[in-house]
Design a protein around this ligand. Structure first.
Ligand code: PLP
Length: 399
């Protein structure tokens, strides 16, 4: 794996299984055992649970609060992230929205300058309206130490970032947040637990859009918060149950099925991405390739230390806006669509899609211009993907 050592993560404390990540993706005996020992965990598609008499319970009352299928999925994700608990939400944004309910008017949060557009929108509108204040910093380049105030409750980031692939040293930052008694929150969507475990590096909360690599098949929306501290878990469960944003049983089942192949999908997608990044670097039509697996990428060394791979997301800048628009118009083998992390390759135009709502000055400062394209590389045959890029580049150049 790109000369990076494949570190096997040990089973979480108290876990019976001390086996490889690939095996843990199969979700053996982690949640509640099914009475018929079904290999595919059943979908408990029920709103409510009955009781034999007052005071009697099997531990389940109402699916907004608890559901066996959800509990099974949450156990698998907690295990893969080396956390003590995971909470499944109806979407990545539902997870982040619930997380922000931890904060009160007057609280202050330091956020990275390059974030998923939807997260920025949430912070900038709803959280702000609720009285939470924010300071934006490029956490990949600057220590936020001077930005803390007595009201600072958390630091929030993604690494690598979307779409500019800035890399932040999680362990170094966690020393500061611990000293300042603030939460370190890391959105790990881009790498998935297969390549990176932020809790092991000192983060307090891991965020996932399960819509992406965890689900992995472009067929369901979901999100997670993963923690390693009981008190925080209890607060978040209270919020989830109260606001009612937990993932439905069927979507839990789909996500579980996706996770079974997480390891093999991640491995193949990254292998394809490395070949495509190399090919793009040689193309005369490409001005810049932004992929953290390229040794000249400023985050390469940090990622080699803190991750087990570089992922399968590539941003690249072409020669003109017209060229970029032509590429988007002509792709046939893969799709011009938002989202990422599935089996099929997707090409995205961040300036009008994922980052349309980022204020223009911040967008430009971050390098998100009208020549930038983003690829979420899938698990297809790489020769087909390169052939398609070659074809649409030739069309764009000839127009
Ligand atoms: C997609 C995404 C989200 C939001 O997740 P949804 O499932 O779409 O609500 C959050 N963070 C990152 C990095 C994402 O890519």
């Amino acid at each position: 794996m790109n000369g990076q050592e494949k570190k096997e993560t040990a089973a979480a404390p108290g876990k019976r299984w001390d086996v490889s990540f690939e095996t843990r993706c199969q979700g053996m005996d982690l949640g509640i055992e099914d009475q018929y020992h079904a290999i595919s965990y059943p979908i408990y598609q029920t709103a409510t649970f009955s009781h034999r008499e007052a005071g009697d319970t099997e531990g389940y009352h109402y699916t907004r609060a608890h559901n066996p299928t959800r509990q099974q999925l949450e156990s698998i994700v907690a295990d893969l992230e080396n956390g003590t608990a995971a909470l499944a939400f109806a979407s990545g944004m539902a997870a982040i929205g619930a997380l922000m309910e931890l904060f009160s008017p007057g609280d202050h949060v330091i956020i990275d300058a390059d974030l998923y557009g939807g997260s920025g929108r949430l912070f900038n509108t709803i959280s702000k309206k609720n009285g939470v204040t924010f300071t934006i910093a490029d956490l990949s380049a600057q220590s936020p130490e001077a930005l803390f105030t007595p009201a600072t409750k958390a630091v929030y980031l993604e690494t690598p970032t979307n779409p500019m692939m800035h890399v932040t040293d999680i362990a170094a930052l966690s020393k500061i947040t611990r000293e300042k008694n603030a939460l370190l929150i890391v959105d790990n969507t881009f790498l998935s637990p297969y390549f990176q475990n932020p809790l092991d590096l000192g983060a307090d909360v891991v965020v996932h859009s399960a819509t992406k690599y965890l689900g992995g098949h472009h067929d369901t929306i979901g999100g997670f918060l993963v923690v390693k501290e009981k008190k925080l878990e209890e607060k978040l469960r209270y919020i989830s149950m109260t606001v009612g944003s937990a993932l439905s049983p069927f979507d839990c089942w789909l996500t579980m099925r996706g996770i079974r192949t997480l390891a093999v999908r991640m491995e193949r997608a990254e292998k394809n991405a490395i070949e495509i990044a190399n090919w793009l670097q040689k193309s005369p039509h490409v001005k810049k390739v932004i992929y953290p697996g390229i040794p000249s990428h400023p985050g390469y060394e940090v990622m080699k230390r803190q991750s087990r791979g570089f992922g399968a997301m590539i941003s690249f800048e072409v020669e003109s806006k017209e060229f970029a628009l032509s590429v988007l118009r002509n792709v046939e083998l893969f799709y011009f669509a938002e989202s990422l992390g599935g089996t099929v390759t997707l090409i995205t135009y961040p300036v009008t899609q994922t980052h349309a709502e980022v204020p223009e000055d911040l967008r430009e400062k971050n390098g998100i211009n009208d020549r930038l394209l983003r690829l979420s590389v899938g698990i297809e045959g790489v020769q087909d993907l390169i052939g398609e890029l070659d074809r649409v580049f030739a069309l764009a150049a000839g127009q």
